[in-house]
Each structure stands twice: as structure tokens, then as C-alpha cells.
Design a protein around this ligand. Structure first.
Ligand code: SF4
Ligand code: SF4
Length: 160
């Protein structure tokens, strides 16, 4: 049993030991219908060992909260999954795509930065090619970068 993980979850008000393995969460999960995500199994694994932190299925949850609303034991399942993700990232388990998105946010203040094609389309529609976002204001971008550095976000998402 991963006592450490259970304790961290419990300290965050997320007691997963109340699970009676009814499977309602897995059966209700919209993501699980199309992917291998099995919420009940992830919660069970979190009780067993730390391997759950490297489980890529953790990242298949869309945080729709359906499972959490339907759990007959009132377990905050989605919140527990988010907490497991937080622990996973702290230990360097992050999908390459998420790392790339994080780098984008650090570089240009956006997860999906504006490209030339979009700028052109905006112009054709009579819009300013650059919308009123941080990409238009270099000073704002610097502030975001300072904020991310102050929070040590760069260290958090760096390859470990
Ligand atoms: S719905 Fe709740 S009690 Fe049922 S398996 Fe999922 S977490 Fe456990
Ligand atoms: S919150 Fe995540 S695990 Fe729960 S039902 Fe939605 S997608 Fe599935």
C-alpha cells in the first residue's frame, strides 16, 4: 500500500479508502468510453504503490467531474486524480505534449500561440491580426514570465 500517497490525498481532504469498488465512476466516464482510462483501477492503484504516478492514463481524464458527482461514497474522485497528477509532475512524470505546452506558455504566454495563417485569416475578416492578448503586449509577456519563474514553474516542468 502506498501509505505516502494515501496520506497526501487524505491531507488534501481526499480519502479514497472509502471506495467500495462499485465501478460507477468507470461506467460513467465519458473519456473511458474512448480510451483505456479506468478510474476505479487508478484509485485502487493509488492505494497500492507509487507506480500510479507514472501511469499515463492519469492524463486521459478531461476533469468533467461526472464520476465525482455520481460516486455513491461521495469520494472526490476528480480532485484526487488532479492531486495525483500534481504529485506525478513533481516527480517528473509528464507527457511530452504537456511539457511542450508548458514551454509554449513560458515562451509566448500562450499554450497555442498565434501563427501566421491565423493572423492572415483575422486580417481577411477585418480584424486586427493580433488579438488583445499577451502576444500584443511584450511587457505583459515579461510579467507572465517573471510570475512563472517566481512560482518555479520552469523548474517544475523541466525534464528531470
Ligand atoms: S464510484 Fe466511488 S465507490 Fe464506486 S468505484 Fe468509483 S470511487 Fe469507488
Ligand atoms: S472527471 Fe475524469 S475520470 Fe471522472 S468521469 Fe470525467 S473524465 Fe472520467
Amino acid at each position: 500500500m502506498s501509505k505516502e500517497i494515501l496520506e497526501v490525498l487524505k491531507a488534501a481532504g481526499l480519502d479514497v479508502l472509502a471506495c467500495m469498488h462499485c465501478g460507477t465512476c468507470t461506467g460513467s466516464c465519458p473519456s473511458g468510453r474512448h480510451t483505456g482510462l479506468n478510474t476505479r483501477r487508478i484509485l485502487r492503484d493509488a492505494r497500492k504503490d507509487r507506480v500510479v504516478l507514472s501511469d499515463e492514463d492519469l492524463w486521459l481524464c478531461t476533469t468533467c467531474y461526472t464520476c465525482q458527482e455520481r460516486c455513491p461514497r461521495g469520494i472526490p474522485i476528480t480532485d484526487a486524480l488532479l492531486e495525483l497528477r500534481r504529485l506525478a509532475v513533481r516527480e517528473g512524470f509528464m507527457l511530452p505534449e504537456h511539457r511542450r505546452v508548458s514551454e509554449m506558455v513560458m515562451e509566448c504566454g500562450h499554450a497555442v500561440p498565434l501563427d501566421e495563417e491565423t493572423k492572415k485569416k483575422r486580417e481577411e475578416l477585418g480584424l486586427d491580426p493580433i488579438p488583445e492578448t499577451v502576444q500584443k503586449y511584450p511587457e505583459a509577456l515579461k510579467q507572465i514570465q517573471t510570475l512563472l519563474k517566481t512560482c518555479k514553474f520552469d523548474e517544475l516542468v523541466a525534464e528531470k
